[in-house]
Structures are given as structure tokens and as C-alpha cells.
Write a protein that binds this ligand. Structure first.
Ligand code: ZN
Ligand code: ZN
Length: 358
């Protein structure tokens, strides 16, 4: 059978979608791979002679000039529903493994657009000071938009800056590579691929990405105001003295947490009331409202633009909160009291550790 697959339930919308995914439907005559078909399954066996696209997951025929992307996986995630403790143990002991992936033509074009945008609007890099980190982040932002099916053009400093801030942190989890690295999701197999671009992405992740995309669009056009710490001090964790928020969200700029200084690099086990900025508080919410090494590490890696850096994943950093240093002058930028540039250099050279800046 050639051309558009016949389907008695075809609607104008699904015809449009079929046209958009023509590249995919042309590749195959298998009705299970037609995204509009009743038998569509998001995953397929990896055909012989192909490797998956690291971004969207579709199989790509190997050819000499393809990018080779080596993906390091630290083994399977434990399946929390497994009834077999010995299986959990085997998973935990799984060896590191590498997978070979590439970029399909469409994702290759997206990569080129990401590299171009970073070169054209260097002020849009924001916290990603190094071009290569900004390029990776811009690619993830474009991949996020592609997974959602929403057009995104990184055509200005502002567009790039907001895409990197809002979309890049989600991107890795939406990619095919993210299924395997740093740890494989429990159901992942090495010999499978996505049936259509991004078809393997979990619906909950797409919902979160859709919400974040809407927030990004709102933020890009909204008025931004700077709100100083109410007591004239700094954020207890990152030390910043003022944060930028949308004018409609001023009330969210600062909040208080009760924490023990010994859990954030200080001394003393008594609870103190700590004023924290919305960025630190958002991460606190993400970390199941627990103050400790995990929260601190996540905040510092993000501030250093290293949250997607594989070498940073298994590190144990014990950064010191600004609030335990007894300083009066707040930081101009988050975590200025730490040597973030040194941390970046260490992680990239395979060393670890973090010092309080002198
Ligand atoms: Zn792709
Ligand atoms: Zn903070």
C-alpha cells in the first residue's frame, strides 16, 4: 500500500497530522507505526542497521557522516514496584554501559539552529557561560518545543534567554538519551526505538513541559521587577540580595523556611527561621521539602549551569549556605560566595570539590 494509510475514522485534524509526520509514515508500511492508526505503539524494535536519534528516538540508518553520540548509562533505575528484592540488588549493582546514538536529520537541523542562536546572541546565554553548555541547553529547549509540537524560534537575546531558563532544565528528561542516562528507566531496552519522534515521552512529562512553556511565554512578555530581601539581608541559602520576578508575582519573591544550620554547612542543630528567595524555595519544593545536601547540591549545580553535566551527577558536594557565614553584604548573584567557576573547571577536568570564595 502506498500513500496515506486508509482509515475509516480519518478526520481533517488527523489528515493534517499525517501530513506533518509524512517523513515518518513514508518510512514504513507497518500500520503499528502510523501515529494515527488504532494499533499505534510508542515504541518499536530497533531495525537492523539503524541506531536511535539521541533526541527524538526514531531509528536512523547509519551512514558515514552522521554524528555519533556516545551515551553513558549508569545502569537501570530500580523498579519501585518490583516484588523481588534480589532483582533490585542486581539493578543496583548494574555496571556502567555505553550506548551509541546519533541525530536524525530533523534533530540535526535543530542542533544547527541551537548553535547558531548561541553564536548570534551571546548575551542570551545567561547562566550558561560556556558556549558549549549553552548550545546543549538551547538544543534541549528546541527539543522540548518539538516534543510538544509547538514552534519555537530562538531569534533574539530574550527568546534565547527565556528558552534556556525555562525549557532547557526539562529537556533532558524528554529526550531518548534521557531514557538511558544517567540511569535507564526500568522498562527501557537497548534494542528499541521510538515509533515516531518523541512518541516515547511519558504523558506526565509532556504535561509539565506544556505548563512550563506557557509560563515561559507569559514571562517573556511580562514586566519584570526586582524585589529586595525584606530584611535588607540576603537569601539564607544562595545569599542573593534581590531577585527578579514578574510584577504579578511579587508576593512569591521571598518566603521563609525553618531549617537547622548544620544541614546547610553551618553549626547548630536548633531551628532558625531563614529568609529564602523563590528560586531556592522552588528547588526546596522539588526536593520534597527537605533541606540538606541534595537540595544544596541541586541549587549550586544549577547556578553553575552544570545540572545536566553527567560528571556532576554522582558528586557529593557539601556547599555552604550564605546564611551561616555571618556576612552582612548580600551577594550580587546567587552563590557568589562559592567558587562556581572553579567548580565548573573541576568538574570538566574530572576533579570534584567546592570551596568558599575568599
Ligand atoms: Zn531526532
Ligand atoms: Zn536563594
Amino acid at each position: 500500500m502506498n500513500g496515506t494509510p486508509s482509515n475509516p475514522h480519518t478526520t481533517p485534524f488527523s489528515r493534517l497530522r499525517a501530513a506533518l509526520t509524512e517523513r515518518i509514515t513514508r518510512m514504513t508500511t507497518d500500520p503499528n507505526l502510523n501515529p494515527d492508526g488504532p494499533a499505534f505503539h510508542p515504541l518499536r524494535d530497533l531495525p537492523a542497521g539503524t541506531i536511535p536519534c539521541a533526541l527524538c528516538g526514531v531509528p536512523v540508518a547509519m551512514a558515514g557522516d552522521r554524528d555519533i553520540i556516545t551515551v553513558l548509562s549508569l545502569g537501570s533505575q530500580r523498579d519501585p514496584n518490583s516484588a523481588h528484592p534480589e532483582a533490585l540488588l542486581r539493578h543496583a549493582q548494574a555496571q556502567e554501559t555505553t550506548l551509541t546514538m546519533t541525530r536524525c536529520d530533523t534533530c540535526g537541523e535543530r542542533r544547527a539552529a541551537a548553535v547558531l542562536a548561541v553564536a548570534e546572541f551571546p548575551e542570551g546565554r545567561g547562566r550558561f557561560r560556556q558556549a558549549v553548555l549553552a548550545e546543549d541547553a538551547a538544543e534541549l529547549a528546541l527539543a522540548t518545543a518539538a516534543a510538544l509540537g509547538i514552534p519555537l524560534v530562538l531569534g533574539s537575546v530574550r527568546a534565547l534567554r527565556f528558552a534556556l531558563d525555562y525549557l532547557a532544565p526539562l529537556g533532558h528528561g524528554l529526550t531518548w538519551r534521557g531514557r538511558y542516562s544517567p540511569r535507564m528507566v526500568a522498562a527501557a531496552r537497548r534494542d528499541e526505538a521510538a515509533s515516531a519522534p518523541f512518541s516515547a515521552v511519558e504523558p506526565e512529562l509532556l504535561d509539565e513541559a506544556r505548563r512550563t512553556f506557557a509560563e515561559m511565554l507569559a514571562a517573556r512578555t511580562a514586566r519584570v521587577v526586582s524585589v529586595a530581601e525584606p530584611g535588607g539581608s540576603g537569601c539564607y541559602l544562595c545569599g542573593v540580595g534581590a531577585v527578579e520576578v514578574l510584577s504579578s508575582a511579587k508576593a512569591r519573591a521571598w518566603t521563609t523556611l525553618r531549617l537547622r544550620p548544620e544541614t546547610v554547612g553551618g553549626r547548630g542543630g536548633d531551628l532558625v527561621v531563614a529568609s529564602v528567595c523563590w528560586r531556592c524555595n522552588d528547588e526546596f519544593e522539588r526536593q520534597e521539602r527537605t533541606v540538606g545536601d541534595r537540595l544544596m547540591q541541586a541549587l549550586v549545580l544549577r547556578a553553575a549551569g552544570l545540572e545536566n553535566h553527567l560528571a556532576a551527577r554522582d558528586l557529593i558536594l557539601r556547599p555552604t549556605a550564605w546564611g551561616v557565614l555571618g556576612r552582612r553584604e548580600p551577594n550580587q548573584s546567587p552563590w557568589q560566595h562559592l567558587d562556581l567557576a572553579g567548580l565548573r573547571a573541576d568538574i570538566e577536568s574530572g576533579q570534584t570539590g567546592i570551596e568558599v570564595a575568599r
